[in-house]
Ligand binder design. Structure first.
Ligand code: HEC
Length: 107
């Protein structure tokens, strides 16, 4: 009984820590003010960001770079990843929406 309780506390601490850092790196679509973007497009962008974009290096926290820096970085990375135009659109939409969200919620 006692040890089970300890395990539960350890697990929930991990879950909270995991959630905070994942949100900073790539916020879940449910958190984003999508504006004109469809949630499916944001989901697609997030999957690309964590999947294809994370195949050479761990995904960077989106707010580690300004949008102007992203404008310089993205074309090169999109080329490395060999994304087509519609994937690039989805990814860019997700990055911009996440950037806005993180700027509003930053500590
Ligand atoms: C084929 C491997 C590869 C893929 C795929 C890739 N990257 Fe990179 N990425 C790199 C390398 C190598 C660097 C470091 C040097 C450089 O800028 O080329 C880098 C650097 C970066 C940086 C830091 C740039 C800086 O100036 O500090 C960011 C941000 C980044 N990548 C984002 C992405 C995103 C977003 C994607 C998906 C579109 C992506 N990467 C896909 C290899 C890759």
């Amino acid at each position: 009984m006692k040890s089970r309780k300890r395990i539960w506390i350890a697990t929930s601490a991990l879950a909270v820590a995991g959630c905070v850092s994942a949100t900073r790196i790539a916020p879940p679509v449910s958190e984003l003010q999508s504006g004109a973007a469809f949630p499916q497009q944001l989901e697609r962008g997030r999957r690309l960001y964590l999947g294809a974009c994370g195949s050479c290096h761990a995904p960077y926290a989106i707010d580690e770079y300004s949008l102007a820096q992203w404008d310089r970085i993205l074309p090169e990375m999109v080329r490395k990843t060999k994304l087509d135009a519609s994937d690039t659109d989805a990814l860019r939409t997700y990055i911009v929406a996440s950037h806005e969200y993180l700027a509003q919620t930053a500590p």
